[in-house]
Ligand binder design. Structure first.
Ligand SMILES: Cc1cc2nc3c(=O)[nH]c(=O)nc-3n(C[C@H](O)[C@H](O)[C@H](O)COP(=O)(O)OP(=O)(O)OC[C@H]3O[C@@H](n4cnc5c(N)ncnc54)[C@H](O)[C@@H]3O)c2cc1C
Length: 304
């Protein structure tokens, strides 16, 4: 970790909460469910579809997982009541994945039942490599139970191509991102361009298999290449969408994508856990603060 990164990470816990709050507000819709729903509604009116993500990860007791499960059910109710074009994304460690896989499944199946009520879609975010296998297992089990769900693969992982094969079933649905956690060079690419190249290799593999792909990146180099690939492969509009994190200042790129007829989804985090979440993220990946400063000074106008 560079000196500047060490300095930022070391001093972040000493910063007043409101300072971290101001910075987090670039991405996070707000504390409450309604904050998330209102932002999704606003983004819908600008032509974007949305995904809501209740902030919080890795809990260590059953009671806490039940609370999160119920909050996700409330979220699905809220989306239906608002009549918005929006699905949900969740972290399986918040439903107990790390300490009790059966409990996690019990919780997940309740959320899937609720999604089924509204014919909505559930995405299982991919977390660090200690839970990659379990997340894929859970996704495959979920898929058999209710087909409108899917997970995420990370282009920095060496294993991603095999995971595509593993997930390549009827009606598969994969979000492809670069990967947000610090992983060892034994299992993950570290070089920026290598990760980009692996992103493109895997995106093409997913398309060749005819799988639905969520193209989750803000990297203009990749986005340009993906647009060309979509044209080259005549990939159907119903089989892909671009995805971006709400608050990242790439408005003009996303508007261009929409104007060219592509579907674009904004991923919107919300919830009272924003402080712990922001601090943890910064600790895990100190480079995040650089992105954050950029987003803070070059505000996305799509949130207004
Ligand atoms: C919709 C969505 C869902 C995701 N889900 C997961 C997941 O389940 N698991 C997982 O491990 N990772 C997830 N990620 C995060 C992803 O893995 C990357 O860490 C993140 O998107 C940064 O990579 P990038 O492709 O945007 O490229 P980068 O090279 O990191 O960024 C490209 C450009 O975008 C800017 N940028 C990128 N991120 C930000 C930011 N936060 N704020 C301001 N500017 C930024 C950079 O400054 C740079 O100019 C998700 C990302 C998105 C968009």
């Amino acid at each position: 970790m560079g000196l500047l990164n060490r300095l930022v990470v070391g001093s972040a816990p000493l910063m007043p909460k409101f300072v971290i709050g101001r910075v987090a507000s670039v991405y996070v819709a707000g504390d409450k469910l309604e904050d998330g729903l209102n932002l999704a509604k606003k983004l819908n009116s600008k032509g974007f579809t949305a995904t809501l993500d209740l902030l919080g990860e890795e809990v260590s007791n059953r009671k806490e997982t039940n609370k999160i499960r119920e909050a996700y059910c409330d979220l699905l109710d809220g989306i239906a009541n608002y009549g918005i074009d929006c699905n949900i994304s969740l972290k399986l460690t918040a439903l107990g994945l790390k300490f009790d896989e059966e409990l996690c499944w019990d919780n997940l199946s309740v959320v899937l039942d609720k999604a089924r009520e509204y014919n909505n879609f559930v995405r299982m975010d991919m977390e660090d490599s200690t839970v990659t296998d379990a997340t894929i297992r859970m996704c495959k089990k979920g898929k058999k139970y209710y087909s409108k769900c899917g997970t995420v693969l990370q282009a920095y992982m060496h294993r991603t191509s095999d995971d595509i094969d593993n997930l390549n079933t009827h009606n598969a649905n994969i979000r492809l991102c670069k990967g947000a956690y610090k992983e060892s060079s034994k299992i993950a690419y570290q070089d920026y361009q290598e990760i980009r190249n692996n992103y493109m290799i895997n995106a093409e593999k997913i398309m060749d298999a005819g799988i639905f792909i969520g193209l989750a990146t803000h990297d203009e180099w990749i986005i340009q290449k993906l647009e060309n690939l979509i044209i080259k492969k005549k990939y159907k509009k119903t089989k892909y969408e671009f995805q971006a994190l709400s608050g990242v200042p790439i408005d003009s790129t996303l508007e261009r994508l929409i104007n060219s007829g592509h579907k674009v989804r904004y991923y919107i985090p919300y919830g009272p856990e924003w402080y712990a979440y922001s601090m943890r993220r910064m600790k895990e990946n100190p480079d995040i603060w650089k992105h954050t400063l950029k987003a803070f000074f070059f505000r996305s106008k799509h949130r207004k």
